[in-house]
Design a protein around this ligand. Structure first.
Ligand code: SAH
Ligand code: ZN
Ligand code: ZN
Ligand code: ZN
Ligand code: ZN
Length: 461
């Protein structure tokens, strides 16, 4: 029925919400009474131009930015007939995974009882196979002799979903994953709410099952249901972090709530590594709900405290994240990935990753590895990249990307080393930039001959 909706709504009207980042669409958020697609309640959007809301509002899938993955569309003011509502409900039911989480747990129990020679994993269906299912998958590629080690490391068995627009599964490089775990342990945390961090979850669970004195536990919240084949119901919840939706309903929500309850003072930290195309406001709103869950789970109450959090995201989202979480600060640590061509370290020299850790913990407590060149800045009271020089004028270590930035007296701030001050644009930019168009008219007053930065209708202090 989603297809029918698209036809009715006009396929051309929705570009997929990647357009939102470009300023074409604005997210209005989770509205009460929003219709649902197979991924839970849809989000409300509106088309914008020049920062102003324009045109009809509409609902679209929260999780999928690519229409090919979920084409749910509904105008906000659209009347949906009873018949269509019923059809939609049925569609949503039919688009849930074939096996339930509970069934997958049962299957796993049977799977591990099999001798190695009978343990097969279908690569096409991304599914552990029981012998009576081999027949059905006979013309599929499969792996055999699935070892216990492989079962403990599903992020290596499953192929990463690299669909850029929807899932974008970028797995931590071992060095970054180990760094995060060591940091979490050193900070004294005992429970990790792993939101979209299957690889971190898996090293924690794997250590917990192998080392007797390893006390850390993790709960994975992820939209990738393939993981339900490997984890019990108190280790994994099928969850959508764009609308805070637990596919497993109240029971799953309760699992999460229980996990956040800090028995015997076992401290909890949330670590989230969302897809980067993701809408910051949708993510922030879900994280706030998880933080509220943590707060409620506490008997005594934490008063003004916030659940300790690491939000892993590219540095260029810093101002957006701080808008929603003023208590957060960005760490210089560069998070590396295995399967991301741009963001991983090369075999030889180090390629810079733009991905950082945003946290509400005191920056001075986040100790970064000196072997990798990070050093402590006594004035800023935090660890910074080797190239990040303390600027006397800004009185802070100003580099965001690890390179040494330079101070521009005219802009009154530090800028990227490759930038120069352009007197035309009245700000710093790349040398070969195209100056802000003057012929199109000023963004502020609409008159030709000047641009917004020199608009006479604005009084410049
Ligand atoms: N670096 C992490 C993986 C981050 S990739 C690690 O190595 O553990 C982003 C993760 O978010 C993936 O696991 C993906 O399945 C998950 N994800 C993508 N969209 C999601 C959504 N809407 N809700 C919850 N999880 C989502
Ligand atoms: Zn959907
Ligand atoms: Zn400094
Ligand atoms: Zn400066
Ligand atoms: Zn210019």
């Amino acid at each position: 029925e989603g297809g029918g909706d698209m036809a009715a709504g006009g396929a051309g009207d929705r570009e997929g919400w990647c357009g939102a980042a470009a300023g074409g669409l604005a997210l209005l958020g989770l509205a009460p009474g929003a219709p649902s697609c197979p991924h839970g309640p849809a989000l409300l959007f509106v088309k914008t131009s020049q920062g102003k809301e324009e045109g009809r509002r509409f609902y679209a899938c929260s999780a999928c930015r690519d229409r090919k993955d979920c084409n749910f569309f509904q105008w906000e003011d659209e009347k949906v007939s009873e018949t269509r509502l019923a059809a939609r409900e049925e569609y949503n039911r039919n688009h849930q995974p074939f096996f339930t989480h509970r069934q997958n747990v049962e299957r796993y129990k049977n799977f591990v009882l099999l001798p190695l020679s009978k343990r097969r994993f279908c690569q096409e269906c991304q599914q552990l196979l029981l012998p009576d299912e081999w027949e059905k998958h006979s013309d599929h590629q499969f792996l055999c002799d699935i070892s216990t080690a492989q079962l403990k490391s599903p992020s290596r068995l499953l192929y990463p979903l690299e669909n850029k627009k929807t899932n974008a599964q970028y797995l931590f490089a071992d060095r970054s994953c180990q760094f995060l775990l060591d940091l979490i342990i050193d900070l004294g945390f005992r429970r990790v709410l792993s939101v979209g961090t299957p690889r971190l979850h898996e090293i924690i669970q794997s250590k917990a099952s192998q080392e007797e004195d390893f006390r850390v536990r993790s709960l994975l919240l992820d939209i990738d249901f393939r993981y339900s084949q490997f984890y019990a119901e108190d280790e994994f919840c099928h969850y959508n972090m764009f609308n805070h939706y637990f596919f497993g309903g109240e029971a799953a929500r309760e699992t999460c709530r229980k996990f956040l309850y800090q028995h015997n003072g076992e401290r909890v930290i949330m670590v989230a590594d969302p897809p980067f195309g993701g809408l910051v406001e949708a993510l922030a709103s879900s994280f706030k709900k998880l933080m509220a869950m943590w707060k409620e789970a506490e008997e005594g109450g934490h008063n003004s405290q916030e659940m300790p959090t690491f939000w892993i995201f590219p540095y260029f989202f810093e101002s957006r994240i701080l808008e929603f979480f003023p208590s957060f600060s960005m760490m210089d640590y560069q998070v590396d990935y295995d399967n991301h061509a741009l963001y991983k370290h090369g075999k030889t020299g180090r390629r810079q990753s733009p991905v950082r850790i945003f946290t509400n913990l005191t920056p001075s407590m986040i100790v970064l590895p000196v072997e990798e060149g990070y050093r402590f800045c006594a004035i800023c009271q935090r660890y910074v990249s080797s190239g990040n020089q303390h600027c006397e004028i800004c009185n802070s270590c100003t580099s965001k990307d690890g390179r040494q930035w330079k101070h521009c007296v005219l802009c009154k701030k530090c800028v990227k080393p490759s930038w120069f001050h352009c007197s035309n644009c009245n700000c710093c930019a790349l040398r070969n930039h195209t100056c802000e168009k003057t012929d199109a008219g000023c963004f502020v007053c609409g008159k030709a001959g000047h641009k917004r930065s020199t608009c006479p209708s604005l009084s410049h202090a």
